[in-house]
Design a protein. Structure first.
Length: 92
């Protein structure tokens, strides 16, 4: 069963944090991140929205691990949302 992850977060730039990371750096990369089928990114009103489709929940949770959540909390505080859910392929 495929798995969906939707990240909604503020756009940050590398000079704005101690990690030297941008918001897009917190997103998985197609062709590099194991189990990622597709990634679609859009910026609207200073917010980054990334929609990712994974081969399985396991692969999504490997990427969005506790270390990812810790870093996200330090970068965005409570200004981000990550939604993870199974995709019912029969209904689609």
């Amino acid at each position: 069963m495929r798995y969906l992850a939707i990240l909604d977060c503020p756009v940050i730039f590398s000079g704005e944090n101690g990690y030297g990371m941008t918001s897009i750096d917190m997103c998985p990369s197609t062709g590099i991140t194991g189990g990622l089928i597709s990634r679609h990114v859009k910026v609207v009103d200073g917010r980054l929205i990334a929609v990712c489709i994974w081969t399985s929940e396991f692969c999504a949770r490997v990427f969005f691990d506790p270390a990812w959540y810790q870093k996200a909390g330090e970068l965005w505080g409570d200004q981000y949302q990550l939604r993870l859910e199974a995709i019912d392929e029969q209904a689609a």
